[in-house]
Design a protein around this ligand. Structure first.
Ligand code: KG4
Ligand code: ZN
Length: 334
């Protein structure tokens, strides 16, 4: 059949392109924008400009990785949302322009669904239905996945996302941006049981992460009054303890979701699923709870275009296409 789908991702601070040939990822290119580091977070306007600068070199790199000619592409899948509107506009306008020039269809992709579908890039692939804990800088969701297109959010955060909690706690510790990976690294050499922080407990399968960062901030502020070097002397233990608290909070609800839906195939997705503590805990729970678990490769956890291309592949197969008049969406439900 030979169907080649180009995937384009530009929802936040990664400009990425990937090619999917008959359901297999054959090239995957990414440019991470380092400009935001000095501002302690993503600056939307700078992200849009960097996407404009990066998008053609990234596409060329992606084509060259497998000597694919642009005329060989059958359809272009692009991230329609959710994300930063200016950043999405760059990717979606580029995708539409290129598709119009080549006379091929375009496929708008929901970024959060694509994080879930990243599980279909490589073996082992989950069977339907499965649950996916989708955790990123903007989302914390327990998703019930019925098929490639039908997904239902059965639990979500009512305030901050868990990635935001990681990033904010990292900022409190003076670790800079992005904080999640830095907390993870420090936690490796820390004692997770040294400090404890009270956890919020929401009704049903929902989460709340805004209280925990305030508790963390006040704890460090109070301890620093007693010992001005408290933070520097305890960085590893603080990182390990806050990481463990966040992981505990995630798993309380995930276990409840598995019990109430009676679904025991459990996947994780999104940038925070790169966290080594979460990956370890999921494997431990798999043993304890008799779950079959799915943990994607690091490069498919954080934002990437391979997940957009694979999502495009399943839309293409089922004949689901977009129009040139589709607009990017900063907010987008499942
Ligand atoms: O999915 P993603 O790349 O971007 C979106 O938000 O869509 O997720 C980014 C988030 C950031 O909050 C970052 O700190 C977090 O993922 N993150 C991590 C780790 N790697 C990335 N958080 C904890 N541990 C990590 N190893
Ligand atoms: Zn993402």
């Amino acid at each position: 059949m030979n169907e080649i789908i180009l995937g384009i991702e530009s929802s936040c601070d990664e400009t990425a392109a990937a090619l999917c040939k008959d359901g297999e990822i054959i090239s995957n290119s990414i440019a991470t924008q380092s400009i935001h580091e000095k501002y302690g977070g993503v600056v939307p306007e700078l992200a849009s400009r960097a996407h404009q600068k990066n998008i053609i070199p990234i596409l060329n790199d992606c084509l060259e990785q497998n000597s694919v000619k642009i005329q060989d592409i059958n359809a272009i899948a692009y991230t329609q949302g959710p994300g930063l509107l200016g950043a999405l506009l760059v990717g979606s306008s580029f995708a539409k322009g290129l598709a119009a020039a080549l006379g091929i269809p375009i496929i708008p992709i929901n970024h959060m669904k694509a994080h879930v579908l990243a599980h279909f890039i490589e073996e082992p692939k989950p069977r339907f239905p499965f649950l996916c804990l989708t955790i990123s800088g903007g989302h914390t969701q327990i998703v019930k996945v019925t098929n490639y297109h039908e997904m239902e959010v059965i639990g979500t955060t009512i305030d901050d996302a868990v990635g935001e909690a990681f990033d904010k706690c990292a900022k409190i510790m003076g670790l800079g941006y992005p904080g999640g990976p830095r907390v993870d690294k420090l936690a490796t050499d820390g004692d997770p049981n040294r400090f404890s922080f009270s956890q919020s407990n929401m009704a049903n399968l929902d989460y709340s992460f805004s209280g925990i960062k305030t508790a963390f901030l006040y704890f460090i502020r109070d301890q620093s009054k007693i010992n001005p070097n408290f933070l520097e002397e305890n960085l590893n233990d603080l990182a390990a303890s806050i990481q463990q608290t966040l992981i505990d909070m995630l798993f309380v609800k995930l276990k409840l979701a598995a019990a109430t839906t009676n679904i025991h195939q459990i996947a994780i997705a999104g940038g925070v699923s790169a966290n080594s503590g979460i990956r370890r805990r999921l494997n431990e729970e798999a043993q304890r709870m008799k779950w079959t678990v799915f943990i994607p490769k690091f490069e498919y956890c954080t934002d990437n275009a391979a997940m957009i291309a694979i999502a495009g592949h399943y839309m293409y197969k089922d004949g689901i296409f977009g129009k040139l008049t589709d607009s990017p969406k900063a907010r987008m439900s499942f």
